[in-house]
Design a protein around this ligand. Sequence first.
Ligand code: ADP
Ligand code: ZN
Length: 433
Amino acid sequence: MAYYNEKIETMPKDELSKLQYQELKKLVTRLYDSSAFYHKKMDETGVKPADITSITDITKLPFMKKTDLRDNYPDGLVCVPHEDLVRYHVSSGTTGKPTVVAYTQNDIDLWSECVARSLVSCGVGKKDVLQVCYGYGLFTGGLGLHYGGEKVGATVIPASTGNSERQIELIQDLKTTAIACTPSYFIHLIDVAKRMGVDFNKDTLLRTAVLGAEPWTDAMRRYIYAESGVTAHNIFGTSEISGPMFTDCSELNGMHICGDIAYTEIIDPKTGEQLPPGEKGELTITVLKKEAIPMIRYRIGDITSIIEGDCACGRTSPRIDRLQGRVDDMLIIRGINVFPSAIEHALLKNPYLTSHFMIEVFRTGPLDDMLVKVELKPDAMTDSINGLMEMQMRTERALRDALNVSAKIELCPPNSLPRFEGKAKRVIDHRVI
Ligand code: ADP
Ligand code: ZN
């Protein structure tokens, strides 16, 4: 099965724009009439539903930010009677106070449909056994993938996070073919399997991974394939737009944002101006059909771009490039912008290093210092001090070339840095700002 919903997924672009306009118009009219929050926000911006006459008029509408949800914590933005709610989730709170998300049954159905389309685009279908190792609970990852997996008819294993040896046993015993978790946790599972004498490629049927919830790189995708024979797909979402929703397809070249469900804009984070395809900026999403807590022009804070051109898979919805991190993940070191994902990319060019790394930033005197701790692969361990020093200097040079700023490298033995079941914590910033 190539598509979950072929008609919608391959709809001609002009028809899709028309559909997006109709949905937006309905949404804006409903919210202007029924929500004090949106009514006030639109009045302050001087825009009325009648001003929206095409999808491009979306730029007339005000933005929403995480602070809008935080200011209205816990449920001030709920736009339906409370008895119509069927579920709450709460975000991980990576950048501060968590936000609450509420769902009607239609919201859950729409989210599941989107995950189902995404899973099929990753090649996961009825014949698959999908092990979901995202946290089940307040975090949207577990239940989001679970419902989508059931919708495509896969056999879902609600393994949740943790107990890694048990996860490997389940992969073997239940003949898991696809897995969903964070990229850092999947790398950890590869290591644990190796220690148990299990080679994913030879000893299991696992061939597809759907990885997200944190930034990762194409270098990591290649590393995963080389180490396990598993093809890793990227999945993206945030709890505010419902949860994990959008993946890259078989082309592995950008994540399709289901256009009938969500409208994508990339904006200049400083001016708020919409940027053309190909230009990097802040991802901004309008969920066109959400009922309980609708999101209009929600500034997600992640930096990416819309990929130009049509995708060979036949889907007509726009694709976004890998997210290089959030605006607030970006470190400013000696005035230079550094994303942890760029460090991962540079480290993984060295075949002796792994993707287990941590960044520490200090301020001694007027200048910032960055220390990058990275684990060596077991077969890169050497007794030779010269060998290690050479590797350290080579890695420092490679980072300086890639980032335009110096970092000290500390090579660490295998399994010495912390592991994370959920989102990896990569940065410890000791600077007092
Ligand atoms: P929180 O904002 O508390 O972390 P979520 O759990 O909803 O809440 O996480 C959403 C965020 O996780 C996104 O805004 C993004 O920064 C990050 N994220 C999710 N999926 C990916 C991905 N595939 N690549 C990079 N970052 C991701
Ligand atoms: Zn595609």
